[in-house]
Design a binder for this molecule. Structure first.
Ligand code: NAP
Length: 308
């Protein structure tokens, strides 16, 4: 019988009628990413390259799943013998309550980005924090523990990144968020990591600051790395994250937003003489960690990198 190509995008209706939707798709779809929106996700090309390179007879697909469809979607992939899933906006936090088991990495962050399906059980993990640490090492040849970091944002990605910085005992951590209360609550949850004195000088090791130019200006001289963990920069009409006049040559800038070219934040940083990288390296490393969870073997990093 003639083989069928996988579709660019599947939906809950396809999962409900999977024997028809996936009929003759070869190799079979046994992995995927749930999101809304999800069309921009580069995970399928990266994970399909890894599967091919590792000679695993399975495919990875995109699933447009609305927030109110998540629970049913998860039940259906378990029933259809999937190996695992990735979750992206807006599902990472909601999924925490829907998995059967949860690794410490996901519980601490309060969000799940990877599910591995073991028999009847959905096991939730979070590979964003470790993926971020690997990306920083790769882009700037430096470890988080040596850095004074400003995280912009307090959502799922920011929480994973801030937790990773805390666990690796970074020199200093500052969190700024549009909704200041969320930055404060994120910082309070990390307080116990920062009890020891490490930085000499007048600035606290751990701090939440309001999203205001004077507050940013005051911090710049006491920072090494600024991380954008908001979606600002994804859309052309977005305002700049920080005024360009604040960016200085001693800074490293990491923009978790990824695009094939440079993001506006990366471009502004390079123009200011700073070193800067976009989120492709984090995408790569969080994806490689997910592959390792699903298959218990090293991910073919070069094949995944080339696919991106
Ligand atoms: P999320 O949980 O929805 O959090 C979004 C955060 O961005 C919140 O702190 C929100 O502030 C802030 N924000 C949203 N719109 C803003 C605006 N117009 N101005 C200022 N702040 C704004 O989303 P997430 O899961 O953390 O993802 C955030 C971004 O991280 C994604 O868009 C993606 O680009 C990136 N990401 C990249 C990777 C990677 O592998 N490279 C992995 C994960 C995420 P409020 O609290 O005030 O709403």
């Amino acid at each position: 019988m003639k083989k069928k190509r996988a579709k660019e995008l599947y939906t809950l209706a396809d999962l409900q009628n999977w024997s028809h939707a996936a009929q003759r798709v070869d190799p079979p779809i046994r992995l995927g990413v749930f999101g809304d929106p999800v069309t921009h996700s580069l995970s399928p090309q990266m994970q399909n390259a890894a599967l091919k390179e590792s000679q695993v007879a399975a495919q990875y697909a995109r699933f447009q799943i609305l927030p109110n469809e998540l629970s049913e979607g998860l039940c259906l992939v378990r029933a259809h013998n999937f190996i695992g899933l990735n979750l992206t906006v807006p599902h990472k936090i909601a999924a925490l309550e829907m998995v059967d088991d949860c690794e410490a990495s996901a519980r601490r962050v309060g969000a799940v980005n990877t599910i591995s399906i073991q028999g009847e059980k959905l096991c939730g993990c979070n590979t964003d924090g470790r993926g971020f640490a690997r990306a920083i090492r790769e882009e700037f040849s430096v470890d988080l523990r040596d850095l004074r970091v400003l995280v912009l944002g307090a959502g799922g990605a920011a929480r994973a990144i801030a937790m990773q910085c805390a666990q690796e005992d970074c020199e200093r951590l500052v969190v700024a968020n549009r909704t200041f209360e969320k930055a404060k609550s994120l910082v309070e949850g990390l307080r116990h990591f920062f009890l020891g004195p490490k930085v000499f000088g007048p600035v606290p090791r751990l701090q939440a600051i309001p999203w205001e130019e004077p507050a940013f200006r005051f911090q710049i001289g006491n920072l090494d790395l600024i991380v954008n963990a908001t979606p600002l920069g994804l859309s052309r009409s977005d305002p700049p994250l920080l005024p360009a006049r604040l960016l200085a040559p001693h800074l490293m800038i990491y923009d978790t937003v990824y695009s094939s070219g440079t993001t506006p934040f990366v471009r502004a940083a390079i123009e200011a003489g700073a070193r800067a990288a976009n989120g492709l390296s984090m995408l790569l490393h969080q994806g490689a960690l997910a592959f390792e969870l699903w298959f218990g073997r090293e991910a073919p990093l070069n094949a995944m990198r080339n696919a991106l």
